[in-house]
Structure formats: C-alpha cells, structure tokens
Design a protein around this ligand. Sequence first.
Ligand code: NDP
Ligand code: 8X3
Length: 249
Amino acid sequence: MHAPTSLQGKTALVTGASAGIGAATARALSQLGARVVLVARRMERLQALAAECPAAEVCALDVRDAGAMQQTLAAWDFDIVVANAGLGLGMGPLQDGRPEDWDRMIDTNVKGVLHTLHATLPGLLARGAGDVVVLGSVAGRQVYPGGNVYNATKHAVRALYEALRLDAGGRGVRFTTVDPGMVETEFSIVRLGDAQAADQVYADMTPLRPEDVADAIAYAVTRPAHMNVGEIVLWPTDQASTRDVQRRS
Ligand code: NDP
Ligand code: 8X3
C-alpha cells in the first residue's frame, strides 16, 4: 500500500469552493497540508471556509470571466488545480429549455474549465509537475431525460480531460477526471430553484456526500508521482445508472 504523500508546501486552487464538493475538497486538501486558494463568487462563504483552514486565500471570481481569471490567478504557482465550479439549470425537454440557461451552463461548466486551465496549466507544465483535476459527472457518460444541455457540458468536460492527456501528457503533470453520480449539495437547489423539489431528488435513497468526492480527489493527488489516477467514477450504492435509482419506498 502507498502511504499518502503529504501536501505540505503545495498550493492548491479549488474553483467553486463556496459550497458542496469544492468546499469539502478545499477542507480535505488543507487537512493534508496544502495552502488552498478558494475561488467562487460568494465572498462571505469563502471567508468562512478560509477561517477553518490553516493556510487559505480567497478570490471572489466568476469562472466565466476569462480576463479576471487570467489576471488574478497569475499571482500563484499552483501545484494542484481542481476545476470544480459548475451548475445545472432546469430539468426538462430540450425543446422547452431556456437559451439563457444553456448559455450559463456552457459558459460555466465548459468555458469556465477552459479559463481555469488557461490561467494555470502553463505554469504547471513549466514546472513539470502537479495535478489537474476536473469535475465531470456520470452525466458525462450517460445522458438521461431532461439532462440534455447539462449532459452535453459534462460530455465536453470528459472530452477536455482526454484532450489534456494528449496535448499536455507526458510532461510530469497528472490529469484526473472525477465523475460522481448523485451527491447531495446545493446542486439540485440551484438546478430546480426550490429546496423542496431538491429534497425529493435524494428522497428514500442514500446519495454521496461531498466529503466522499473530496476523499476521491485527495486519493488521486496523494499517489506517488509516477502514478496518475485518470478516471474516477463514483456512484451511490443506491444508483445503478443515471436513470435507475433504488428508493426504499
Ligand atoms: P454546489 O451548487 O453545491 O456548488 C457549486 C459551486 O460552484 C459553488 O461554490 C458555486 O459558488 C460555484 N460556481 C457556480 N458558478 C460559478 C461561477 N460562474 N464562477 C465561480 N464559481 C461558480 O454544487 P456541487 O458541489 O454539487 O457541484 C460542484 C461540481 O460537481 C459541478 O461541476 C457539478 O456539475 C459537479 N457534479 C455534481 C454532482 C452532484 O450530484 N451534486 C454530481 C456530479 C458532478 P458561487 O455560487 O459562490 O459562485
Ligand atoms: C450531477 C449528477 O446525475 O444529476 O452531475 O446529473 S446528475
């Protein structure tokens, strides 16, 4: 068994750190010794999380803003980049969808990842070491009814992960996609716009917790340098596919 490597002396960027998987990941990496740079739009949330971490800095940034991402993130030499910020909006047939929701999902989930990479990957490659972790989803592997554009963005994230391996692989930097099934976070509240409807998504089944996903990310980035954990697919035991969830009632 490999003992996990310490992250002491490493600097980790986590986008979407103000909630859910990003917040749990920032906590996990911080507990392993990393200095964490926390990015999201809600500054108060980031400040509250930073207060829990021994070494943390916060940046109120919108990942859709290419210029601000480039300019602000140039202040650090990152060892670990977790491109996590993302969202779903709506859950209905494509023909009934709202173009403004499509824009936000594509701009955040796809272009936001590109802006994060564009601002940080050249530095990692120049140093010849480090980790890039993207948050894909099982929605990037299996489409489901009503998922259309969100599914398309996560398929795009998967394609970007594969492209990164081809374009930037073999130069000391490791690339990982972490693709979870249902995780209970604010995701469904944002997607459905209503806490009660979101509760129904996880009713009578046991979803993943954000800490479960953080644990998988921590596993990937603490392996020995020669070992690149490429793809991690994490399902709740109660979820057989994106369309099959075992509920107890
Ligand atoms: P949450 O809604 O709990 O958290 C989303 C995070 O993304 C928040 O910190 C939010 O911060 C940030 N964010 C959203 N838009 C932007 C933006 N434009 N700029 C900067 N930050 C932004 O959701 P999750 O933690 O569940 O989602 C995290 C990732 O995991 C997403 O990519 C999601 O697609 C993916 N995922 C989630 C699953 C789930 O079931 N929950 C399953 C599979 C993948 P703020 O609003 O403060 O900007
Ligand atoms: C979010 C998980 O299954 O709702 O990526 O698409 S799912």
